[in-house]
Write a protein that binds this ligand. Structure first.
Ligand code: 5CA
Length: 163
């Protein structure tokens, strides 16, 4: 896992690191020389299963942005999830909407460090992995976490998001 500890962390990532520290999260942000833009790239860089990558996906539902922390092993079934969550239709946010809701760009969206807390769901599939990795604000930064920690950090609901 080639990580470059000599590079200063980008501002977006400093924000995430601050939020993690404030929440008492023990895991440290790591900056990798390889891209972690997608779950497949992150899994390759970290040497883990794609399912252990917690993707932070932003959808628009009932006119507001919501956060879905989904395992990299499958796609979100938006219709089924909306029904389980008791919300209106989930539509994938545009890149601009993602930036507005999170202060972060697609490929680096983190579960935390956002200007306002978002309604959130944590994928039950993530509970299968003792250690998860999530993005830390940029496409080259990640931090280790767990499903329980993601639930605590986001105040989210544990729901099945796949088919
Ligand atoms: N850094 C990794 C996890 S360590 C990461 O951010 N993965 S991700 O899956 O959360 O980010 C890629 C996601 O961005 C895609 O799954 C997709 O939902 C979203 N995305 C990619 N392109 C677009 C786009 N043009 N519009 C809206 N969402 C997009």
């Amino acid at each position: 896992m080639p990580s470059d500890q000599t590079m200063p962390l980008p501002a977006r990532t400093m924000e995430v690191a601050r939020a993690l520290a404030a929440a008492g999260v023990p895991g440290q942000v790591q900056q990798l020389s390889e891209s972690t833009r997608t779950a497949a790239e992150a899994a390759a860089a970290l040497g883990c299963d794609a399912g252990a990558i917690a993707n932070s996906l932003i959808f628009i539902s009932d006119g507001e942005p919501v956060l879905v922390l989904a395992s990299g092993r499958h796609k979100v079934d938006t219709a089924a999830l909306a029904a389980r969550w008791g919300r209106g239709k989930l539509r994938r946010a545009t890149p601009e909407q993602v930036r507005q809701a999170t202060g972060q760009a697609i490929g680096g969206v983190s579960p935390v460090g956002h200007p306002h807390k978002l309604p959130a769901v944590v994928d039950t599939a993530l509970t299968a992995y003792p250690r998860l990795w999530a993005a830390a604000g940029t496409p080259h930064t990640v931090f280790p976490t767990t499903a329980q920690e993601l639930l605590r950090l986001t105040g989210g609901l544990l729901l099945s998001v796949g088919l």
